[in-house]
Design a protein around this ligand. Structure first.
Ligand SMILES: Cc1ncc(COP(=O)(O)O)c(C=O)c1O
Length: 443
């Protein structure tokens, strides 16, 4: 009997004992292709020898030094690397231990920034429905995943939610991409005006929506419009690239493809590739200057922030991605994944949409393709699908509530950047079989 409180109280999952390349191995010796990188984490796959030796070397030198007393070479080097490759204007780095911590810190940075510059009335956070920003209370409040929020709602800080930019579900049939992008962005401006422009501090959005809606990229110039609206009203733009960032979409930062740079950006997951828990906030010089000229410090902190082992892992992972030009593989294998998915599911009666960017792709399952009607949530199609995929040696990331937190099912794919053509083909073949089997089980 396991003494762990697992994700499901119903029992323990298989025991992972090893990993090699794109595969994880369980205690029974079964191998699973990690087609979701866990949850879009394992960008270099498992057991990468260069990351392992970098971690050994760091451990031999220094495991930990509290940031109240010291900085470390690893943390300084990682910050240099992140700033050298950051979107325009982001020039400082705050290192934490994961995505939720990064989002919490970004929200508090936004608030403290406005206090420091003499605009203490700015307190409202606007985010989007059908988004996810983490599970700690501030990040959960920011998220727009109704199911995740519901039971904790009495504990959550006030936040305000506007429309997502989610073409398959919310673009009208006769609406152009430009018109839809304008309409989705308008809901942000409307909300700012409703709350009072001088009372809004930040808008938070995932550049490409990940787990909640399934690899949903923005349409046309949506993000440019959002950037312009934020600038018009002095609102900070926080892009959450915890899941979609650090190369997953084919560029180091997903927002590069939209021609937009945020004021604050959160990253995690692929930053350390799962070799250590690490996240970060990248912040603009003007926010740093406000702290430096004002109170002189950011009033926050964690015991394990800028942990040398975590920083060494992040540095090793990012150096390997650059050294081996792995973003080229993300683009070419992402293209192959997309083509294979379209071939396999293009005429499938219960796959309504194939979408995503780079090695961040999803399929959305529907009861009826023409009407796009979802399956009954009580069928738990996504849960069947996960089981059927695991039974075929395939890890994918299915989720329900795609449309509104209750209805809809999708499967997210986020394989390691080192994935090969043959492995892409095997992923799609096993996924096809798992979808067929899950549809039978959920019938
Ligand atoms: C976009 C986004 N933000 C924040 C988080 C929270 O990250 P973590 O689970 O590392 O706390 C996640 C995790 O899935 C995420 O996808």
């Amino acid at each position: 009997m396991s003494r762990l409180l697992h994700r499901s109280a119903a029992g323990a999952p298989p025991v992972a004992i090893g990993g090699e390349g794109v595969e994880l191995i369980d205690a029974e010796g079964r191998r699973y292709i990690d087609a979701s990188g866990g949850a879009a984490v394992s960008c270099l796959g498992h057991g990468h020898p260069d990351v392992i030796s970098a971690l050994h070397a760091q451990l031999d030198r220094l495991a930990y030094a509290h940031t109240g007393f010291f900085t470390s070479e690893a943390a300084e080097a990682l910050a240099e690397q992140l700033v050298a490759t950051a979107p325009e204007g982001l020039s400082r780095v705050y290192l934490v231990s994961g995505g939720s911590e990064a989002v919490e810190a970004a929200l508090k940075m936004a608030r403290q920034y406005f206090v420091e510059i003499g605009q203490p009335d700015r307190r409202h956070v606007i985010t989007r429905r059908q988004s996810y920003h983490g599970n700690t209370l501030g990040a959960l409040a920011a998220g727009g995943n109704e199911w995740r929020r519901a039971q904790f709602a009495p504990l959550l800080i006030e936040t305000h939610h506007v429309d997502p930019c989610f073409a398959y579900r919310f673009q009208e049939p006769d609406e152009s991409d430009d018109a839809y992008a304008a309409r989705a962005a308008q809901s942000l401006e409307d909300k700012i005006l409703e709350l009072g422009p001088d009372a809004v501090m930040a808008f938070v959005a995932e550049t490409v929506v990940g787990a909640t809606a399934g690899a949903v990229p923005p349409v046309a110039d949506y993000l440019k419009r959002v950037r312009a609206i934020c600038d018009r009203y002095g609102v900070l733009l926080i892009l959450d690239e915890v899941m979609c960032g650090m190369g997953r979409t084919g560029t180091l930062h997903a927002c590069e493809q939209d021609g937009v740079a945020p004021d604050l950006m959160t990253i995690a997951k692929g930053l350390g590739g799962g070799y250590q828990p690490i996240g970060a906030v990248l912040l603009s010089q003007r926010i740093f200057d406000a702290f430096a000229r004002g109170s002189g410090f950011f009033q926050h902190g964690h015991t394990y922030m800028a942990h040398p082992m975590a920083a060494a892992a992040g540095l090793a992972v990012q150096r390997i991605i650059a050294r081996d030009r792995l973003l080229n593989n993300v683009v070419s294998m992402g293209g192959r994944l997309r083509r294979r998915l379209e071939e396999r599911f293009g005429n499938a009666p219960h796959v309504g949409d194939v979408r995503g960017r780079g090695l961040f792709q999803a399929i959305e399952l529907v009861r009826d393709r023409a009407s796009r009607a979802p399956f009954e949530p009580s069928r738990k199609l996504h849960a069947h699908l996960k089981r059927e995929a695991m039974a075929r040696g395939l890890m994918v990331y299915p989720m329900g509530g795609t449309i509104d937190g209750v209805n809809g099912d999708h499967v997210l794919l986020a394989p390691p950047f080192i994935v090969s053509e043959a492995e892409i083909d095997a992923i799609v073949e096993r996924l096809g079989d798992a979808v067929d089997a899950a549809l039978v089980r959920a019938a």
